[in-house]
Design a protein around this ligand. Structure first.
Ligand code: NDP
Length: 298
C-alpha cells in the first residue's frame, strides 16, 4: 500500500488500496469468528425506488458484504411504498437477531419523511450513524456508530499523519452526514477545527490556515490551488460530474486537483480517494455493531 508520488511534493493517498486493506482485516476477523463457531454478522440494506446511482451503491454494498464473509439482506421496495410500510420493515429488521446493521439507502422518494425513517432504526443497528442518538453520542464524545464517510477520512488522515493533535483543520461543508461528524471526529483528535459553509465570509483565507483541509461541498473545483497551505493534507470528499476537455462527463472532486498538485503535502484523488473507504467503513461499523450486541455471543 505504498503511496505513489506524482509531483515533487504531493503524495497521492490511495483510498482504493487503503480500503482494500481495511476490508481484508475485517474479513479476517469475520473468518476468525466463523472458525470459533460464531454466526456471521449481518447487514440489511433497504432500497426504495429505482434511482440508478442508488442501485449501483446497493449492489456494491451487498457484494462487498458477502466478500467479507458477512450475511447481506437486501430489501428492494417500489418507489410508491408508503412511509408506514417502510417503517414497519425497519422495525422487523430491528427485531431480527440475524441483522446487526440496517442501512436505508438515501435519498428516499419525496413522499417519505427521511427523518422519521432514520428515527425508527434501532441506534445500536444504525451503521450509517445518522440516528440522532449516534449524532448526539458523537458530539458528547461517547462511543457511537459514526457516519462512514467521515470515519473513512479520519482513518486515512491518521494513517498518513499519525497524531493529529494541535493541527488546524478546516472542514468545508456542514451536512449531518459528512461535515458536522467530520468536525466532531477531528475535535476528538485534538485538532483546532473550523467549519466553513456557504455563508463563510472569506473561504479562501479560512482554507489557507488549514494543516488539514476537508472539502465536502459538492461544487466541482471550488477549492483553488492558492487556497491550500503548502504541505497541507487535503481530503476531497466531493463527487461531482463535470465535462472533461473532450466533452465527455467525468467524476471530479471539490478541489482543483491539478492546481493542488505540487502545493498540498498529501491529497486524495477523485475517484479512488474517499469513495472506496465509505463502503469499507460500512463493513467496519457492521462488525462493530455485531460485537457490541449484548446477545451476540462474540
Ligand atoms: P450537502 O449538499 O448536504 O452539503 C453541502 C455543504 O456545502 C453545505 O453545508 C453547504 O453550506 C456547503 N456549501 C455549498 N456551497 C458552498 C460554497 N460555495 N462555499 C462554501 N460552502 C458551501 O452535501 P453532502 O455533505 O451530502 O455532500 C458533499 C459532497 O460530498 C457531495 O459532492 C457528495 O456527492 C459528496 N459525498 C461523497 C461521499 C463519498 O463516499 N465520497 C459520501 C457523501 C457525500 P450550507 O450549509 O450553508 O448550505
Amino acid at each position: 500500500m505504498a503511496p505513489t508520488v506524482s509531483e515533487p511534493e504531493t503524495t497521492i493517498i490511495d483510498g482504493k488500496a487503503f480500503a482494500a486493506s481495511l476490508t481484508e482485516a475485517i474479513a479476517a476477523e469475520v473468518a476468525g469468528l466463523s472458525a470459533a463457531g460464531k454466526r456471521a454478522p449481518g447487514l440489511a440494506v433497504v432500497l426504495v425506488g429505482e434511482d440508478p446511482a442508488s442501485q449501483v451503491y446497493v449492489r456494491n454494498k451487498g457484494r462487498q458484504t458477502i466478500a467479507a464473509g458477512m450475511r447481506s439482506f437486501e430489501h428492494r421496495l417500489p418507489a410508491d411504498t408508503a412511509e408506514t410500510d417502510l417503517i414497519a420493515l425497519v422495525r422487523r429488521l430491528n427485531a431480527d437477531p440475524a441483522v446487526d446493521g440496517i442501512l436505508v439507502q438515501l435519498p428516499l422518494p419525496a413522499h417519505i419523511n427521511t427523518n422519521a425513517v432514520i428515527d425508527a432504526i434501532d441506534p445500536a443497528k444504525d451503521v450509517d450513524g445518522f440516528h440522532v442518538v449516534n449524532a448526539g453520542r458523537l458530539a458528547a464524545g461517547l462511543d457511537a456508530l459514526v457516519p462512514c464517510t467521515p470515519l473513512g477520512c479520519l482513518l486515512m488522515l491518521k494513517h498518513v499523519l499519525g497524531d493529529l493533535s494541535g493541527l488546524r483543520a478546516v472542514v468545508v461543508g456542514r451536512s449531518n452526514i459528512v461535515g458536522k461528524p467530520m468536525a466532531q471526529l477531528l475535535l476528538q483528535e485534538n485538532c483546532t477545527v473550523t467549519i466553513a459553509h456557504s455563508h463563510t465570509r472569506d473561504l479562501a483565507e479560512e482554507c489557507r490556515q488549514a494543516d488539514i483541509l476537508i472539502a465536502a461541498v459538492g461544487r466541482p473545483g471550488l477549492i483553488k490551488g492558492d487556497w491550500i497551505k503548502p504541505g497541507a493534507t487535503v481530503i476531497d470528499v466531493g463527487i461531482n460530474r463535470a465535462a472533461g476537455p473532450d466533452g465527455t462527463s467525468r467524476l471530479v472532486g471539490d478541489v482543483d486537483y491539478d492546481a493542488a498538485l505540487g502545493v498540498a503535502g498529501h491529497i486524495t484523488p477523485v475517484p479512488g480517494g474517499v469513495g472506496p473507504m465509505t463502503i469499507a467503513c460500512l463493513l467496519r461499523n457492521t462488525l462493530t455493531a455485531a460485537k457490541a450486541r449484548p446477545d451476540s455471543g462474540f
